[in-house]
Ligand binder design. Structure first.
Ligand code: COA
Length: 160
């Protein structure tokens, strides 16, 4: 039987415990999880693409079920190029649904073979967003309970 692979795309500026919780749970259902880091340059991130990549790489360095890839341009084009068919997205609140629904349908319209799986974010992390984390860190608050340790240290260095 061929291995099941699911692709978890995002901008991850920075990756949070909400994201890592989704990845961990997905590894229980799929053989392999590919974190696909978007190179989209239209956003103005706090962490450079290289920094976001390095953080995700270090977090999953010893996890053989999780790999990190990057993509530029349309997600569907990357999926087609790599022969991936399954996408994972996390849903935190009802307000995420509209955007995610729109994106899943747009991707499916461009390529009918692509399926999007949604996973409910753990309630502990449902309030987390990368923007919120950056604001708390910028204003000197603690984000230890919200991001992986090395992200926390990187945020502290950024705002030192
Ligand atoms: N826990 C915590 N936070 C979460 C979360 C979770 N489980 N899931 C999402 N988030 C938050 C992030 O922290 C982030 O917060 P922010 O808005 O404050 O920065 C936000 O939700 C979304 O970030 P992320 O999950 O990194 O993804 P994104 O929505 O920025 O990425 C892409 C979307 C990259 C998948 C999408 O834009 C894409 O496919 N782009 C390529 C171009 C393309 O194909 N466009 C057409 C799409 S139809």
């Amino acid at each position: 039987m061929s291995e099941s692979v699911i692709v978890y795309p995002g901008f991850f500026d920075p990756i949070t415990l909400g994201h890592t919780n989704i990845v961990k749970r997905a590894t229980g259902a799929f053989d392999r999880v590919v974190i696909a880091l978007s190179k989209d340059s239209s956003k103005d991130p706090l962490f450079t693409f290289e920094e976001r990549h390095a953080l995700i790489d270090s977090i999953y360095a010893t996890n053989r079920q999780v790999s990190v890839e990057t993509f530029e341009g349309l997600l569907v084009h990357y999926l087609e190029k790599k022969s991936y068919r399954t996408v994972l997205r996390g849903l935190r609140t009802v307000s995420d649904f509209e955007y995610e629904f729109q994106m899943a349908l747009a991707n499916k319209t461009m390529n009918a073979e692509i399926e999007t799986f949604f996973m409910m974010t753990d309630s502990k992390y449902s309030f987390i967003s990368s923007t919120l984390i950056k604001e708390i860190a910028r204003l000197g608050g603690s984000v230890r309970e919200m991001v992986p340790g090395m992200v926390c240290e990187s945020l502290e260095r950024k705002f030192a």
